[in-house]
Design a protein around this ligand. Structure first.
Ligand code: CTP
Ligand code: A1H0Z
Length: 417
């Protein structure tokens, strides 16, 4: 999630072309897969984000079908994407990529001609999990060899069928690789290849590296990629993408406790109970203070918060956190979970939180949900201290479930540990 700090070797300024003009037939449904929501945000936005957080990628060209140009422009505006140009796609992937490249060579496809890059990355917009390391590897390889592409071991064996539909022969799997993305090319090579391309290749081809070889006699350098370079093709891939993103958001939690003794004691026990499952930062402060430690955590991209209160006005306290989160822009790209823990330490066990507080919490949760902040209530009540540890362990389990599930339908609800 962190913006890239240019960890890789010095890389020449490059551009990226993201083909996003398909219809997603194999996934099914009315919405093309690149615009399907994952954790509330269109899939294409994750791929654009993966590129824009890398400072040596100077321009990002997203190629979409004519009917989706306005949709793409609104996504760019809503999520604050930078250095992005939207270009009209073609009826095939190769034609879309070619249109994307033309923006650097012909201003027929864009209101303004962009500076031609030395190297251009081509990366399917439905491959959201791409890191700087593989991008810099293919770019540096393309600089040296003219073309480069990520590859992965084959999972299934490749076979050829005879005319009668029976097995003709099978390939020795170890000798072959799956061509994935990102790929990178010296711009002049791949642009020349597309210009020479036959209509057959433009309409039926699936491999840019092949075009560089066929039309420019350039043998691409093959770069071993990581397992997360896969392409979202079927519905199951969208579910997998959702799970991977949820898991990446569930790595850290910030427990905010008031300085009062009983609250900080529960905060400590909760920290101890959670730390075997998730990285825990604990802050003892009143949220009304502009706490520098909390500010540091907010800038560190933490997406989960637990606020422990024994006050009846817990919601107002948590409003401070919601305001800080909104100012930090963290909820813009990813939903933030806030668990509002009410402590009931009274001896007489009665339902300590009145309906008024529950109504206040539901109203608050509904309001901040519009800002992508998911608020859940959790009541920790115990009759005597002997049960405290057991109750805190139960609370920790519920908190982990809420963090991992991030279910918008449960916001405003009160769970009881
Ligand atoms: N005319 C096209 C077709 C595909 N693509 C893009 O190329 C990438 C990889 O193609 P694929 O996975 O085949 O996407 P679709 O063509 O949308 O899928 P399907 O074949 O299932 O319809 C996708 O980001 C897709 O949007 C494109 O820009 N223009
Ligand atoms: O054929 P599809 O349009 O599903 O996907 C395109 C893929 O073939 C392509 O992204 C990689 O194989 C690398 O070229």
């Amino acid at each position: 999630m962190e913006p890239s700090r240019g960890a890789g070797p010095a890389v020449p300024p490059v551009a990226a072309v993201l083909p996003a003009g398909g219809s997603g037939e194999r996934l099914g449904g009315a919405t093309p897969k690149q615009f399907c929501a994952v954790q509330g945000r269109p899939l294409v936005s994750y791929t654009v984000r993966a590129m824009e957080r890398i400072d040596w990628i100077s321009n990002i060209i997203v190629v979409v079908s004519p009917e989706n140009i306005e949709t793409m422009k609104s996504i760019i505006e809503k999520y604050g994407h930078k250095r992005v140009t939207v270009v009209k796609g073609g009826i095939t992937r190769h034609r879309s990529i070619f249109n994307g490249l033309k923006v650097f060579a012909e201003n027929e496809f864009s209101s303004h001609l962009l500076q031609k890059p030395e190297v251009v990355i081509i990366h399917d917009a439905v491959r959201p999990f791409v890191e700087e390391d593989i991008l810099s590897k293919v770019v540096m390889a393309a600089k040296e060899h003219g073309a480069a592409g990520a590859i992965r071991p084959l999972v299934s064996t490749v076979i050829a069928s005879a005319a009668d539909g029976c097995l003709d022969h099978s390939l020795e799997r170890a000798r072959y690789r799956a061509s994935e993305m990102p790929q990178a090319f010296l711009f002049d090579i791949i642009y020349e290849a597309y210009q020479q391309c036959t209509d057959y290749d433009l309409d039926y081809g699936t491999e840019c590296l092949h075009l560089a070889l066929k039309y420019c006699k350039t043998n691409a350098k093959l770069v071993e990629g990581t397992a997360d370079l896969w392409k979202v093709t079927y519905k199951r891939d969208l579910y997998a993408a959702e799970s991977i993103i949820k898991e990446s958001l569930s790595q850290e939690v910030c427990v905010i406790t008031d300085v009062k003794e009983v609250v900080s004691q529960v905060g400590f026990l909760l920290h101890e109970s959670l730390k075997s499952q998730i990285k825990v930062e604990t802050i003892s402060t009143s949220l009304s203070k502009n706490d520098s430690h909390l500010q540091n955590i907010l800038s560190g991209q933490c997406y989960n918060f637990v606020c422990i209160n024994d006050k009846k006005c817990a919601v107002q306290e948590t409003q401070q956190l919601a305001d800080m989160l909104e100012k930090s822009n963290i909820p813009l790209l990813y939903p933030v979970v806030v668990v509002l823990v009410h402590l009931d330490t009274s001896e007489n066990i009665s339902f300590s939180i009145g309906m008024e507080e529950i109504t206040r919490m539901k109203k608050f949760a509904k309001e901040v949900k519009k800002k992508n902040i998911l608020v859940y209530g959790l009541l920790i009540q115990y009759k005597d201290h002997l049960l405290l540890q057991e109750t805190v362990n139960s609370a920790a389990a519920l908190i982990m479930a809420l963090i991992k599930d991030r279910n918008p339908e449960l916001t405003g609800q009160l769970l009881v540990a």
